[in-house]
Design a protein around this ligand. Sequence first.
Ligand SMILES: [Ca+2]
Ligand SMILES: [Ca+2]
Ligand SMILES: [Ca+2]
Length: 126
Amino acid sequence: MINSKRSLYGQLIALSVILICASPSVADDDSDFQKSDSDGDGQVSISEYQVRMTDRFFFIDGNRNGTLSKDEVPMLSNDERKLADKNRDGRLSLDEYLAHRYKLFFSADIDGSKTLSRQELESWGE
Ligand SMILES: [Ca+2]
Ligand SMILES: [Ca+2]
Ligand SMILES: [Ca+2]
């Protein structure tokens, strides 16, 4: 009796591990592109990008103090963060964050159209 209970428990654990591993991460880029391209014209314009990055700013601002501290932007290297932190207060304001993201946007905009096609976004790798 105890044995069968234990094996059922083991099966439940195995099942939940499988479920966690199977959680949606496939086609992440695609859905990200579609979310950014809010008018659905196949291009992410700078204003669509701004909306998306503003969203992201408030999403990663975990303690909601309106600035991003070092541990809230672990994806930025020290150099990147220093470059983006214009007033050198050790935090990124929304303006500083957006200015940094615009730079990335324009460096990804290979054809200079001020919009990012799906292809440009993919070769950017973000
Ligand atoms: Ca668009
Ligand atoms: Ca700052
Ligand atoms: Ca472009």
